[in-house]
Design a protein around this ligand. Structure first.
Ligand code: PHE
Length: 466
């Protein structure tokens, strides 16, 4: 039954695919709002420390487990001889599943904006919050309706993802990333320049560079941790799947550094574009309002740019690329798992899981503004509460599944499989991993303790982040 495992066609292909998985809506849609709420510069600092001390070792860990086992998430632990730890993979797949449910919907909103800017940018400019909420089924007069537009675009987004997945790892995912990633980067630089030259933007830059410690609390650290893991695509065993496609000749250490650096750079760039842009156009009170950050706030930037609608189309097209490559990685790891475990063909497995995830995701879009659909939550401080379903889904992934899976990976590699094996995997083919002693300490002690503390504290203090 052993099939030969697909492999990345080139070195650049892997880096771009993994970076493509990492760089996504998290960087541009979520990061700037969180950075603002966390006090600008102070959040940036905490975020960077988390990426360096927790993000990097975790990515190293996941990639080495994946490449050593040559298997997808759940079987990876089994192949390494520790069947009892397969639950880590299960949580990873479950987390990827829940994230994809809503990720494809937000991806659909992005697609909607590509069309919006192409067809009638003036409608977005004249009332950008109104445009956003209308898409979600909430109208200016306070009435609500089923958010058809958002849902239809989400369906198209999911279908696009499914097509790439069905075409396979090499031809689909790699080719896609080779063009999209560099293009996104260049456009961000152009937008940074534009945002910087908007009158009034300097207050935003100052804010992003200042340390407002009064805004920093335990919640900020929790938000930064959730954000960093989410943004780097770790804690969902995605990198285990991607690592399993990585040829033995590749340098895991170097690749990890590159991916983490690229992802963080894009997030910071987005923060330095969006926060000052909102200061300049909508005013600082508007920063971070609702989930519409990347949607509502950028309208003012494009409106004031020569050829703005064209830049608008381009920006959302690239965000669409970024979202697609991330969504592809999520679905790829779910499909790799289902086809390995069940006698399903790649094509039908893809269509099946994508349909189910899209349907569940409709609850996410519907609960944004149109319908009061609730989830259930529990924490020690507030007891049982009923947050909107959309928040519930994000709590579930950001606060529970991702950290638990990440913790599981650290404990597994640190204490069960042993860091020596991970290091040996990184040092295959005579490659030297100079940071091995630091890695050993981080994966055995620092990362698990930090994640565990944050996990427990989040249930003890139970504050909502949004
Ligand atoms: N890292 C992606 C982003 O920043 C989201 C993602 C999470 C993708 C987990 C894959 C796995 O948008």
């Amino acid at each position: 039954m052993e099939k030969t495992r697909a492999q990345w066609g080139s070195k650049v292909g892997f880096i771009l695919a993994a970076a493509g998985s990492a760089v996504g809506l998290g960087n541009i849609w979520k990061f700037p709002g969180r950075a603002f709420e966390g006090g600008g510069g102070s959040f940036l600092l905490i975020y960077l420390l988390i990426v360096i001390f927790l993000g990097v070792p975790l990515m190293l860990t996941e990639l080495s487990v994946g490449r050593a086992s040559q298997a997808s998430v759940v079987s990876a632990f089994q192949k390494l001889g520790h069947k009892g730890y397969s639950w880590i993979g299960w949580i990873g797949v479950a987390g990827a599943f829940v994230i994809t449910c809503y990720y494809c919907h937000v991806g659909g909103w992005v697609l909607r904006y590509v069309f919006g800017y192409a067809v009638d940018a003036s409608a977005i400019y004249s009332d950008s919050p109104g445009y956003f909420y209308q898409m979600l089924g909430y109208h200016a007069d306070g009435s609500t309706s089923f958010p058809w537009v958002a849902v239809l675009f989400a369906a198209v987004f999911m279908a696009l993802t499914a097509i790439v997945i069905i075409r396979g790892v090499e031809s689909g995912i790699e080719r896609f990333n080779k063009i999209g990633m560099p293009a996104l980067f260049i456009l961000l630089l152009i937008l940074l320049f534009r945002a910087a030259t908007l009158p009034g933007a300097s207050a935003g830059f100052r804010y992003m560079l200042s340390f407002d410690w009064s805004k920093v609390s335990f919640e900020t650290v929790l938000a930064a941790l959730g954000q960093a893991f989410y943004s780097l695509s770790i804690g969902m065993a995605i990198m285990i799947t991607y690592g399993s496609y990585l040829p033995k000749t590749e340098n895991i250490g170097k690749n990890t550094m590159l991916i983490c650096a690229m992802d963080t750079l894009v997030a910071i760039l987005a923060g330095f574009i969006i926060v000052p842009a909102v200061f300049a156009t909508l005013g600082r009170d508007q920063v971070g309002k609702g989930g519409g950050f990347a949607f509502v706030s950028l309208a003012g930037v494009f409106e004031q740019m020569p050829g703005g609608s064209l830049f608008g189309i381009l920006f959302y097209l690239l965000l669409l690329f970024a979202a697609l490559t991330s969504c592809i990685s999520l679905v790829e790891s779910i499909v790799a798992f289902t086809t390995e475990r069940f006698p399903w063909e790649r094509r039908s497995a893809t269509i099946g899981v994508c349909t189910v995830m899209f349907l569940i995701g409709c609850l996410y879009t519907c609960s944004q503004a149109a319908f009061p659909i609730k989830g259930v939550w529990f924490d020690a401080a507030n007891g049982v509460s009923f947050p909107p379903f959309c928040d519930f889904m994000e709590f579930l992934t950001d606060r529970v599944m991702i950290p638990v899976c990440a913790l599981g990976c650290c404990v597994f590699v640190g204490w069960v499989w042993r860091p020596e094996n991970a290091i040996a995997e990184m040092e295959q083919n005579g490659i030297r991993f100079g940071l091995a002693p630091v890695y050993r300490v981080l994966v055995k002690y620092v990362a698990p303790l930090a994640i565990l503390t944050i996990l427990i504290m989040s249930f003890a203090t139970g504050k909502t982040l949004s």
